[in-house]
Every structure is written in C-alpha cells, then in structure tokens.
Design a protein around this ligand. Structure first.
Ligand code: DHB
Length: 470
C-alpha cells in the first residue's frame, strides 16, 4: 500500500471513529381522578391503566446516608402498580398506535399507551414494561411550545431509588411526567428491574433502560409523536446513576449478550441527553472519594483516600491532587461553589468503606448480588462468605468506563446538593469533567442548600431541554 493511501485509510478510520463514538454519537370508558387530574379509559385493548404512581423517587432525607430500603424483600414480583397485562405488543415488539387510554393533567390532554412490554423474552414482566404519554394536540397536527409531533423531545425519567426496581409513573400535576407533557414533550416512563425483585441485580437496571430505548427506536415510524433522536433520560440518586449509564454507554457491545437474552429490539440505544441528580455512581471509586472528602485519620480512611488521589491523577483530566489531598481538583470543586472545609466536616455514611462494606451489608453490595466490587472490600472482607462480583458487570455499571468510547450522549445536566452526603460531590464532578474532556456539553453545578434528592428545579430542567432541542 502506498504511503498516500495508508494516510487516507487512517483519515477515513479516524472520521468513522469520531462519528461512532464520543459525544453525540449517532447520533367508552371509566373515569377516575388522580390528584385532581382526569384519566379516561378509551382503551381498545381491553386492559385498564395502572393507578397513579408518584414520580418522586424515594430519597433518604429522613435517614441521612442511608439508601432507601425495600419494602419488598420477598422476591415476589407481584407489583400492583405495574400489574396490568398489556396487549399493545402482543406477538412481538411492534407498537400499536390504536391501543390507548386518555387523560388530562393540568389542562393538557394526552394519550396513554400503558404497560407495554418492551422486550420479547422478559425475565420479569412486571418490570420490563413502560408507558408512553403523548399530548393529544400532536395527534391533530398541533404545536406545543414550538414543537410538533415529529420534533417533540422524548423525556424518559426513571424512578429507580436505592438500586431497587423502578416503577412506571403516571403523569400528575406535581411530577416531572405531568409537567413535561405541558412543555410539549412526549413522556416515556419505563419500569426497570432492581435488586429487590427477581432477576433484578446488576446489570439488570441499565440493560432494561437500554432495552426500553431500543423499543422506542425500533418503533420510530409507529409512534404517533416524539423524536427518537431527542431522547432525554433523567433520574435521582441510584436513578441518576442509571441515567448517567444510559447517557454514557450508547450502543456499547458490552451489553449485547444481556440485551439479546431478554429479546431487546434490534435497534440502537444511544440517547441525546442525560439529566443526573446526585448520581450514586462510579461505585468502584466512591469509597475513596468519600474518605478523601469526609475522612478521618484511621488507616482505613487514609488508605482509601490515597487510592482516590491516585485514581484522580490517573484519569488525565488536567486536574490533580497532591498526597495531602489538596490540588487543582480540590480547587476546581471550590470554584463550582462548594466549600470543602464545611462540606467535608460531616459524614452521613458512618461505615468505612461507605459503599463496598466489609460485611457486605450495603445497598450496593446487594445490587452486586451480595458481593464485593472493589479489591479493598474483597481483601478486607469480614462477612461469613466472600465473593467478588463479575468484572464485566462491575465495568458495565460504571459510566466512566464508556465516556468517549461508546456513543455517549452529547448533552448533560448534573446536579448535586451542597447538603448531600450520600456520595461525595467529587463523584459527579469527575463525571462532569470526564464528559467535558470528551467533548460533551455539560451543565454541572452544586445545588445550593439541597439535600439528597432530585426534581427540585423542573422549570430549569425544562429550560435546559428546550435550549438543547430547539
Ligand atoms: C441511594 C442512596 C444511597 O445513599 C445509596 O448508597 C444508594 C442509593 C438512593 O437514594 O437511591
């Protein structure tokens, strides 16, 4: 091969790679009342809709530092909220536009396509289903907030909390689903498996979220409204972590075996944008970040803090830490509006390590099938059994491994409360820095005065969505 054609080949390869990875990759009836909003069944499938489910993920405000615990540890999947059988997709994964109910929220009429099973071979059908809500205005060719049926963004929040299963949220006047409809977005609310339901431990939550996206994209031309190239995920805490994973890992082949096993639709799963409230993410480095931020002088604390310092320095993001914990990364956090001396003065998670607990008792250990997910935890195990989670699963649960190499979403909004100590703010900050470093457009800010929670700034969230979609 000549030198010229070799160089041309390299250029073509580089162009191909830049197109396919990094940010912006590929880019008669019953009526009942819910919070004063009317829902009318017009369903031609013979099914009923599920009742109202709050869109607010559980938060741990009442018990600082403690993830929400499951009220269903039985493994029993009878989930009354998601219990209706769906016939929208009977016989396959084809969306049927004729099977819907109708409702009204805050004066906005919508069609509800409820409880659609989004995979062909579900392993937990109570959770592998979703509902799609479409403003009625689009059906008759109208516009809302400057959007039409073909340009309306698809807002796709999850309701995962504590790494437990997320349920479908129906729109109401106070939740993000209801308010998003009024902004003219199509709302998709997926249920996702979690650690408290059968077949629900890692990586089930992200595999299901991806499968739901694939279903939408496979049905692009069957949906009455919604632009499948403008899917925006959102979530809080563990749900924020899953939102980050969905945004970071678009089309990564790492998930193919799991997606194939549940019969996910044959389509891509990259998304346009991701909203992450206080994401409990980067679990392999969260213990070190916690000790670097909130730690004391014990050997365990200082060992983990030094591991974090080495991790930050190895990321190559242009921000570093000295062995005493000071450095440009600390300065960067201060520049965003965090006062580290005040913020770091109190810890909410009392155990060391905070996440990969030595006795395997954390929500995260449970998410990994009652196993460790760090070498530190495994080497210092105090539980009667000791096991390390599969390395492919640990990798697949950390968005940091995929940013810039998968078809990562182009747009990100990340918020972490200044009073939130469920994970160190260093974790979402590193997520933001790595995304920026890979060419993504990131809006990251500490939320002044907020504790561990999300959806406290929906007006600003929707302004941000409009700014990137219009
Ligand atoms: C959540 C909170 C935590 O402190 C945690 O460790 C995991 C999850 C949550 O609220 O989802």
């Amino acid at each position: 091969m000549s030198r010229k054609s070799f160089i041309a080949m390299i250029i073509v390869f580089a162009l191909f790679t830049s197109m396919h990875s990094g940010c912006g990759g590929s880019s008669s009836s019953t009526s009942y009342s819910t919070n004063g909003d009317t829902v009318t069944s017009n369903d031609q499938s013979g099914n009923t809709t599920s009742g109202d489910q709050s869109g607010t993920p559980p938060t741990s405000n009442d018990q600082p530092g403690t993830p929400p615990t499951s009220n269903d540890q039985s493994g029993d999947d009878n989930n009354s909220d998601n219990s209706n059988t769906n016939s929208n997709t009977s016989g396959g994964l084809t969306f049927s536009p004729d099977s819907y109910t109708t409702g009204t929220v805050s004066g906005v009429s919508y069609r509800a396509y409820t409880n659609i099973t989004y995979v062909a071979s579900p392993v937990n059908e109570s959770y592998q289903r979703m509902s799609i809500f479409i403003p009625e205005t689009y059906i008759s060719g109208g516009t809302i907030n400057g959007y039409t049926a073909s340009t309306a963004p698809i807002f796709m929040p999850n309701s995962v909390g504590g790494y437990m299963a997320g349920q479908i949220s129906s729109p109401n006047a106070s939740n993000s689903a209801g308010q998003a409809l009024a902004k003219g977005y199509v709302v998709v609310s997926p249920a996702l498996r979690g650690r408290n339901v059968s077949n629900g431990t890692a990586p089930a939550c992200i595999v299901d979220y991806k499968a739901a996206v694939r279903y939408l994209k496979a049905n692009k031309s069957n949906l009455p409204a919604g632009d499948t190239s403008k899917i925006i995920s959102s979530g809080t805490s563990a749900g924020g972590a899953i939102s980050a994973l969905l945004g970071a890992t678009g089309n990564s082949s790492d998930y193919d075996t799991w997606l194939d096993a549940i019969g996910a639709a044959d389509a891509t799963d990259d998304i346009f944008a991701s909203m992450c409230y206080c994401p409990i993410t980067n679990l392999d480095n969260a213990d070190g970040a916690y000790e670097w931020t909130f730690g004391g002088s014990s050997t365990a604390s200082t060992t983990l803090a030094s591991q974090f310092i080495a991790y930050v320095n190895g990321l190559g993001l242009g921000y570093t830490l000295n062995s005493d914990g000071s450095g440009t990364f600390a300065d960067y956090l201060e520049s965003t509006g965090i006062t580290l001396s005040t913020y770091g003065a109190t810890r909410d998670k009392t155990q060391i390590p905070a996440f990969d607990r030595l006795d395997l008792s954390s929500a995260e250990n449970n998410e990994f099938g009652d196993k460790h997910f760090t070498d530190y935890g495994y080497s210092n195990n105090t539980a009667t059994t000791n096991g390390m989670a599969d390395s492919a699963i640990i990798k697949a649960m950390n968005p940091m491994n995929y940013i810039g190499t998968a078809d990562t979403a182009k747009y990100w909004r990340i918020r972490h409360g200044t009073e939130d100590r469920d994970t160190s703010i260093a974790i979402p900050a590193l997520l933001a820095l790595k995304l920026e470093n890979s060419g993504c457009t990131v809006d990251f800010e500490p939320a002044q005065g907020e504790r561990h929670g999300g959806d406290y700034d929906l007006d600003e969230l929707f302004d941000w969505i409009d700014s990137i979609c219009k």
